[in-house]
Ligand binder design. Structure first.
Ligand SMILES: [Zn+2]
Length: 252
C-alpha cells in the first residue's frame, strides 16, 4: 500500500503526467508513459546496412584505383623520367564512382542521430565528384600536357589542385563524421583506425599528391574503410520497453 502511494508520485519524464505502477514504463533508463515512449521511438524504417555495403564497395574501388596508381608510378617513373604520364583519366574515372559510393555510405552513418554530419559528407562527396568530372573533361579535351613559359609539362595532381583540395575536404569531413559517430556509440579499434586514416589522408592530400607515399596512406585508409563498413550494424540503439521492475513489455 505504501509502495502504491509512492509510485503515484512518479511522473513521465517527457510530458510530466503522473503515473502509477501499472502505467509507468521504463525505456532507455527513463520513466515515461506509454504514449511518450511510442513518440520517442524512431519512426520510419531506414535501413543503414545496404548503404554500408555501398560504402564498402566505394572504398574497395578506391583501394583498387590507388594501388594501381602507385604501382604504375613505381614501375614507370624510373624508366620514363620526365616523359612519365600519370594515368590521371583512369584514376579520376574510378575515383568518381568511389567517392560517390563512399559518400552514400557515410551519409547513412549519422543519418538518424546527427543529420548535419550526414548531409556534410554527402555534399562534400558531390562537390569532389564534380571537380573530378571537370578534371576528366579537361584531360579528354586538352590532353595530358600543359605549357608554362614555353615549357611543356605533364598534368599531374599538382595541376588539378582544386580537385585534390575538394577530395581532401571530403576525407576530412568523413574523418570528423566518424569521430562524431564514435561519440554516439562505443569506441572500437576499427572506427578509430578509419577516422584516423581519413584525417591523415586529408592532411596529406591537401599538401598535394606525392606518389607513392600519399598513395600508400590511401591504401591503408581504404582498407580501414572497408573493415569499418563491414563491421557496422544498427546505428540507433533501440532499448526494450520495461515495467518498473524490469519486466520487458516490448522488445525492439
Ligand atoms: Zn508522457
Amino acid at each position: 500500500m505504501v509502495d502504491r502511494e509512492k509510485a503515484k508520485l512518479v511522473s513521465c519524464i517527457f510530458c510530466g503526467k503522473e503515473l502509477d505502477a501499472s502505467t509507468a514504463m521504463r525505456y532507455q533508463g527513463a520513466i515515461a508513459c506509454n504514449e511518450c515512449i511510442l513518440a520517442q521511438k524512431p519512426k520510419g524504417s531506414f535501413e543503414e546496412r545496404p548503404f554500408f555495403i555501398i560504402g564498402a564497395l566505394g572504398a574497395l574501388i578506391g583501394l583498387f584505383e590507388v594501388t594501381i596508381g602507385v604501382l604504375y608510378a613505381l614501375v614507370f617513373t624510373p624508366v620514363m623520367f620526365d616523359f612519365y604520364i600519370p594515368p590521371m583519366t583512369f584514376y579520376y574515372c574510378g575515383m568518381t564512382v568511389s567517392v560517390l559510393l563512399q559518400g552514400l555510405g557515410f551519409y547513412a552513418l549519422n543519418r538518424e542521430l546527427i543529420p548535419a554530419a550526414s548531409i556534410a559528407c554527402l555534399l562534400t562527396a558531390l562537390v569532389s565528384v564534380i571537380t573530378q568530372i571537370l578534371a576528366i573533361w579537361d584531360l579528354i579535351i586538352g590532353g595530358p600536357y600543359y605549357e608554362i613559359e614555353g615549357m611543356i609539362l605533364t598534368k599531374g595532381f599538382g595541376y588539378y589542385s582544386l580537385t585534390v583540395t575538394m577530395y581532401a575536404l571530403f576525407t576530412l569531413t568523413v574523418g570528423l563524421s566518424i569521430i562524431l559517430y564514435v561519440g554516439q556509440t562505443k569506441i572500437e579499434n576499427v572506427t578509430v583506425a578509419a577516422s584516423g586514416m581519413y584525417l591523415i589522408g586529408a592532411s596529406f592530400g591537401s599538401l598535394g599528391f606525392l606518389w607513392p607515399p600519399v598513395g600508400f596512406i590511401h591504401v591503408l585508409m581504404y582498407i580501414a574503410a572497408i573493415l569499418f563498413f563491414f563491421t557496422r550494424t544498427d546505428i540507433v540503439m533501440k532499448g526494450p520497453v520495461e515495467t518498473l521492475d524490469y519486466q520487458i513489455v516490448e522488445s525492439t
